[in-house]
Design a protein around this ligand. Sequence first.
Ligand SMILES: Nc1nc2c(c(=O)[nH]1)N=C([C@H](O)[C@H](O)COP(=O)(O)OP(=O)(O)OP(=O)(O)O)CN2
Ligand SMILES: [Zn+2]
Length: 121
Amino acid sequence: MRYELSQSFYFEAAHTLRRKIDVEPSLRIHGHTYIAEVTLAGQPDPDSGMLVDLAHLRGHIETLRLALDHRFLDEVAEIGPATLENLCAFIWRAMEAHYAQLLDCVEVRRQASGDACRLRR
Ligand SMILES: Nc1nc2c(c(=O)[nH]1)N=C([C@H](O)[C@H](O)COP(=O)(O)OP(=O)(O)OP(=O)(O)O)CN2
Ligand SMILES: [Zn+2]
């Protein structure tokens, strides 16, 4: 059996995007509300009964959220073009530094348009 523990968070941010369709509006600065979810997987510690303490996970997520919320994502170092794919990779790298092999999945969604990207181990 494998346990999966998740924590969701949201951030609101602006970006521009260079793409081959909807070229002009995509190059204009525009914003999205993003909902992200980090999932850890493994076995709980028999003494604590926890995979990790959710308060610990929430703390690391809040630090990450502050780097994304109300930001112009084009200016956030190490994201690259601010696509859902690159946001997943950015969040993955930040969380992997704390949870290594326990990190199982990162998802970023834009609820308003139904867009989502999942990055799995
Ligand atoms: N593979 C990806 N494709 C696109 C991404 C992405 O992250 N990964 N992102 C975008 C844009 O950020 C874009 O703003 C969404 O554009 P579009 O799909 O054209 O939809 P709307 O402009 O109608 O969406 P709004 O949320 O209303 O701006 C595009 N492609
Ligand atoms: Zn966009």
